[in-house]
Design a protein around this ligand. Structure first.
Ligand SMILES: [Zn+2]
Length: 172
């Protein structure tokens, strides 16, 4: 049985959530929504603003830095802090509702070991499939400071560890 992982920004964007039966439910889930709103409320103004611009509006850390007059390093730190806080405040609810422990990841995989595995999964899932992996590798490096050595790393991650693969596994 494949491990599953909760993707927090799916909740934030209210796209979908995978429940215990492995089904993907679309649209708002009031219980999830309530917890997400509560978690967002624990963030600082700057952190919340970052989450909105990065996850809802699809801006890069570079764009947000430019718009807010901060350095990319500071924006990156803000990003890490905001995600860490969200993870912490949603962890109990996730474990209870979905029967999952946080942090089930493949060791040795730079994506899975990254604090931004969920964000990178999103980038991979939404990539231009007609293009090479190069722009994806560049974006991961620019946004998260992670150097992916070769496309094989991402191909392996997508095939064996990523959310879409798990969803297929769960559906069987
Ligand atoms: Zn991986």
């Amino acid at each position: 049985m494949a491990r599953r992982r909760i993707i927090y920004h799916d909740w934030l964007a209210r796209e979908r959530a995978v429940d215990q039966s492995g089904e993907v439910s679309n649209g708002a889930d009031s219980e999830i929504d309530q917890h997400v709103q509560r978690a967002l409320a624990t963030l600082s103004e700057n952190e919340r603003e970052f989450i909105v611009h990065f996850y809802f509006m699809g801006q890069t850390e570079q764009q947000i830095a430019k718009a807010t007059g901060r350095t990319v390093i500071r924006v990156h730190a803000l990003h890490r802090r905001a995600v860490r806080k969200l993870r912490r405040s949603l962890g109990g609810f996730v474990a209870e509702r979905f029967g999952l422990e946080l942090g089930g990841r493949a060791s040795g995989c730079p994506v899975c070991e990254s604090e931004f595995a969920a964000e990178i999964d999103w980038i991979i899932a939404n990539r231009d499939r007609k293009a090479t992996w190069r722009p994806v590798m560049r974006e991961i490096h620019e946004s998260f400071g992670i150097q992916i050595r070769s496309p094989q790393v991402l191909i392996g991650h997508e095939r064996y560890h990523s959310r879409s693969q798990r969803r297929q596994d769960n559906g069987q």
